[in-house]
Design a protein around this ligand. Structure first.
Ligand code: BES
Ligand code: MN
Ligand code: ZN
Length: 493
């Protein structure tokens, strides 16, 4: 059963609680508002911390049950430092949630020290609480040992109104990340192209303009590359166009494009059975774009943005695409299909061309669980970044560091581009193992028409990455926080 998490703020003057959490820095008794709470226990600091082997290091905790059953949890905050990066606060929030959850409490009061915890820092802390609290358990039957149905965390702060604003602002981005997680975690029998498009259509309530293109319209546009992937599936393709107009009406939009393969069997070039269930997550790029649109609209970001997602299912059947088939993309480029499992680039070819052709965007960024090869190169720590524009690449790298969704730049060049030439058509969709992620990037670049563009290969980061302080779900919602950060820091009017 999903536990409901309520987060509230209150001034320090609010009454005392049965369960209180305070922080103590390394080798230091609690200070500020926490000092009075500690003093009320009547315990002697040096003796108690020594008895609990508590030195105030991050991750350390001292759990004190008072005579009346009241509970005081002292958490280590490490060496005091005024210039901790913001994402250290997100991690601290994640760790705090885990500590509180382990007590099975249904209510806790956390006292924050105004000396270091700015409203923005507390916004991050709350983001961390919510991100760590997330579970995808809607298909698990309730069990008696489940945690209490709700958990209310009250943050005692010096300026609740300012903190509430910071929590709401950062919370919009969290909402987007959690939507992306839900979409990626959802099994493909529940979330097909039509159902995914339906979830995107719900953004209309936030003021996002949502258009859903059906196969007939895609056919008319000439999207032979995207459509050929869907042709083996009983479930029809969809392209969803989401527009948020929060900026100057004449400003060219930023464009985000997502690979949305709701399930990738590989098609006729079928994948081996081991781990194939993970391919329900092959729509992680589309999920990130949808989550980003939710975040931007929720926080009413002053910027014009368009999100385009290509939704298909890659199945083998009597009507499926074959190796050797030649298809024509919307751009006019002909593509020889060497491997039907290299389907993501076929979807993106038309989604990218359509996006630049219709919207003339200021820049275009696509996200895709595109290649197994990027996992060989970078594991689950960094997503691959490919770009035709150094300024854009630099900004993305910086945003990734700040959001703790890290990127690593990979090369593109004419020598790699040459590899995708085909014997029978203009280009081929698969080349072979060497530089597999780069040749996929070169393929995409054929469809961006010189717009400043970046491709994020998120095959290693969209699902199945190790747990972190802020994520214990299979799907971390990678990309939403990163792109929201990029927009905030560089592109808002
Ligand atoms: N969706 C896969 C890539 C993938 C693999 C994502 C593992 C996440 C985890 C993609 O469609 C694919 O199958 N790529 C092939 C390309 C090859 C046939 C050129 C791959 O990586 O093997
Ligand atoms: Mn594939
Ligand atoms: Zn795929």
């Amino acid at each position: 059963m999903t536990q409901i998490l309520n987060i509230r703020t209150a001034p320090h003057s609010a009454g005392s609680a049965a369960f209180t959490v305070i922080y103590a820095a390394e080798d230091q008794a609690p200070t500020g508002a926490a000092a009075a709470i500690w003093a009320a226990t009547g315990l002697e600091w040096a003796a108690t911390s020594a008895a609990g082997a508590f030195r105030g290091r991050p991750g350390q905790a001292l759990d004190i049950i008072g005579a009346g059953g009241s509970r005081l949890l002292v958490l280590g905050s490490g060496k005091p430092s005024a210039d901790a990066p913001l994402n250290a606060w997100t991690d601290r929030g994640g760790s705090l949630l885990a500590k509180i959850a382990a007590t099975r409490a249904s209510m806790a009061v956390v006292v924050l020290d105004e000396a270091t915890a700015t409203p923005q820092a507390i916004g991050e802390l709350v983001a961390g609480l919510r991100l760590r609290h997330y579970r995808f358990d809607r298909y698990k039957s309730p069990r008696p040992e489940d945690a209490p149905p709700s958990l209310t965390i009250t943050l005692k702060v010096s300026d609740p109104a300012a903190v509430d604003l910071a929590i709401a602002d950062r919370g919009a981005t969290v909402d987007g990340t959690l939507l992306a997680r839900d979409l990626v975690n959802e099994p493909a029998n529940v979330l097909g192209p039509v159902e995914f498009a339906g979830r995107a259509a719900e953004l209309a309530r936030l003021g996002v303009d949502v258009e859903i293109l059906e196969p007939e319209a895609l056919e008319k546009l000439g999207m032979g590359s995207l459509l050929c992937v869907a042709q083996g599936s009983d479930r029809p393709a969809r392209v969803v166009v989401m527009q948020w107009r929060g900026g100057n009406p004449d400003a060219a939009p930023l464009a985000f494009v997502g690979k949305g393969v709701v399930f990738d069997t590989g098609g006729i070039s079928i994948k081996p059975a081991g781990g194939m269930e993970d391919m329900k997550g092959d729509m992680g790029g589309a999920a990130a774009v949808t989550g980003l649109m939710l975040a931007l609209a929720t926080r009413k970001a002053p910027v014009n943005v368009v999100g385009v997602i290509g939704l298909v299912e890659n199945m083998p059947s009597g009507s499926a695409l074959r190796p050797g088939d030649i298809v024509k993309a919307m751009s006019g480029t002909t593509i020889e299909v060497i491997n039907t499992d290299a389907e993501g680039r076929l979807v993106l070819a038309d989604a990218l061309w359509y996006t630049q052709d219709r919207f003339k965007p200021r820049l275009m960024i696509n996200l895709a669980t595109l290649t197994g090869a990027i996992i060989v190169a970078l594991g689950h720590e960094h997503a691959g970044l490919f770009s035709n524009n150094d300024e854009l690449a630099g900004r993305l790298l910086a945003a990734g560091l700040n959001a703790n969704e890290k990127l690593w730049r990979m090369p593109l060049s004419p020598a790699y581009d040459k590899l995708i030439e085909s014997k029978f058509a203009d280009i081929r969709n698969s080349v072979g193992r060497p530089a597999g992620s780069i040749t996929a990037g070169q393929f995409l670049q054929r469809f961006v028409n010189d717009v400043p563009w970046a491709h994020l290969d998120i095959a290693g980061t969209a699902f199945g990455a190790p747990n972190t302080e802020v994520n214990t779900s299979w799907a971390p919602g990678f990309g939403v926080a990163l792109l929201d950060r990029l927009v905030r820091d560089f592109y808002q009017d």
